[in-house]
Design a protein around this ligand. Structure first.
Ligand code: MG
Length: 452
């Protein structure tokens, strides 16, 4: 892997392979820059369960204290829970130590502003300038702040906010039989209690030990959730939930043991959210058209953004959206709880839909607008990207084109989206159509143009 991909200082903070690349010294300096930027006051610091977490948290605490901030250490918590807590206690900001679904050897500093949201475009640029200039606030002995601990409040606040938007009694009366795989991540400390105590579920769980390493590939997707699928089948669970290590993403296994397409997970959440709150929908360009069909049924509008949670969130804020997310990435963003990806909202929404309709998960999915999706990766040589995109656009002159993130070509009943990977010399190709034959044909034509 090229060296620059082992450390990245960008969009949501600093991310890299711990050791040679993401070092305690780097974390300390970045935290000191963060403390300088947000100003003196309280900064919330929490983390997922990675081995490097405590080491990096000490470095981050050190940098924040050096900048004159007070640190509120919330320990191991899901990322959305940390974000909610930042806003709840009116802190200056927050830092989450998690590399999300990246492998265990990675870690990252995720940065949150005083609203508990990811830094926006302007804040990020200002902070990165400050970091590069190394012009940090330096507390004198008399100005050094304190570290306090609060590991309980955040969970309760988060769960209360989720329960306020579903019919908790209706869910609890059903005593759903539920399976869980928390990948021994941050969800381990909160999800079992949420499902059992707050939602009355009968729970069979695997990988809920936050002291153990990730037992599977961290990203929850069909090929990594075999153990959960087997658990669902063995226990007769009505649904299986899988989180990523920082518990912002959710994957769902239906009652037959089949892992749902992420676009369907989002579609079910949109269906629930639009029934309970006003507002429009924001999704990225590769999210299924099923979202447009659902929104139309509620008389709502769909806004499309470039791929990336920060892009979706910024547009959601601008338009006051009811719900948003990225179908491709398994994220449900529901601002009434918090403007961030939240697996807890997604779980509660699904159980609420099941309780209200009496339908199984597979029946709920079968009732969604049906599309056929296909995706793949095309390797390309650096320098050829522009030419390939142009060839693609010229190959489909009758399509409507959107160039805000790679190239999306749209027809009334199908679309294709091609964008360059941020981390590898690859093009990602996504196709969606109403029928299998139409999707296959469009995919083959696009593939031919991109590999000619
Ligand atoms: Mg995550």
């Amino acid at each position: 892997m090229p060296r620059e991909h082992l450390l990245k200082i960008s969009v949501s903070g600093v991310r890299g392979v711990v050791g040679e690349f993401l070092t305690p010294a780097l974390a300390l300096h970045f935290a000191q820059a963060f403390g300088t930027y947000v100003g003196r006051g309280r900064v919330v610091v929490g983390r997922d369960t990675r081995t490097s977490g405590p080491m990096l948290q000490h470095a981050v605490n050190c940098g924040l204290l050096a900048a004159g901030c007070d640190v509120v250490d919330v320990g191991i918590l899901p990322t959305p829970t940390i974000q909610i807590y930042v806003e709840h206690i009116r802190a200056r900001g927050g830092i989450g130590l998690t590399a999300s679904h990246n492998p265990a050897e990675y870690n990252a500093l995720k940065l949150f502003n005083k609203e508990g949201q990811f830094f926006n475009h302007y804040e990020r640029n200002e902070l990165i300038d400050l970091y590069h200039q190394s012009d940090f606030a330096q507390a004198t002995n008399a100005e050094i702040g304190h570290v306090t601990h609060d590991e309980g409040t955040a969970k309760a606040v988060h769960i209360d906010r989720v329960l306020a938007k579903v019919d908790g009694d209706r869910i609890r009366r059903r005593h759903f039989r539920v399976a869980l795989d928390a990948v021994n991540g941050a969800g381990s400390v909160m999800t079992p209690g949420f499902l059992v105590d707050s939602l009355g579920c009968r729970l069979d769980a695997i990988f809920i030990d936050p002291t153990k390493v990730f037992p599977r590939i961290a990203e929850p997707r069909p090929d990594t959730l075999g153990d959960l699928a087997a658990l669902v089948q063995r226990t007769g669970a009505e649904v299986g939930f899988a989180q990523d290590p920082d518990a912002d993403r959710l994957a769902i296994v239906d009652e037959t043991g089949r892992v749902l397409d992420n676009d369907d997970v989002l579609a079910l959440a949109v269906l629930r959210a639009l029934a309970v709150v006003p507002g429009d929908v924001v999704v990225n360009l590769t999210t299924s058209s099923a979202i447009d069909d659902i929104a139309l049924g509620f008389g709502r509008r769909v806004y499309r953004t470039p791929v990336g949670e920060a892009n979706v969130v910024e547009t959601m804020q601008a338009v006051g959206a009811a719900i948003g997310g990225e179908g491709s990435a398994g994220g449900v963003i529901f601002p009434a709880v918090q403007l961030c990806r939240d697996s807890f909202t997604a779980m509660a929404f699904l159980l609420d839909l099941m309780a209200e309709t009496g339908k199984t998960v597979s029946e709920l999915v079968a009732a969604l607008p049906q599309y056929v999706r296909k995706s793949g990766k095309v390797a390309f040589e650096h320098g050829r990207l522009g030419g390939l995109m142009q060839a693609l656009e010229e190959g489909f002159p009758e399509a409507e084109a959107d160039r805000t993130d790679g190239l999306k070509l749209m027809w009334p009943d199908r679309w294709l989206h091609v964008r360059a990977s941020n981390t590898e010399p690859l093009l990602r190709l996504f196709v969606e159509a109403k029928t299998e034959a139409s999707a296959e044909k469009l995919y083959a034509m696009a593939w031919g143009l991109l590999t000619a």
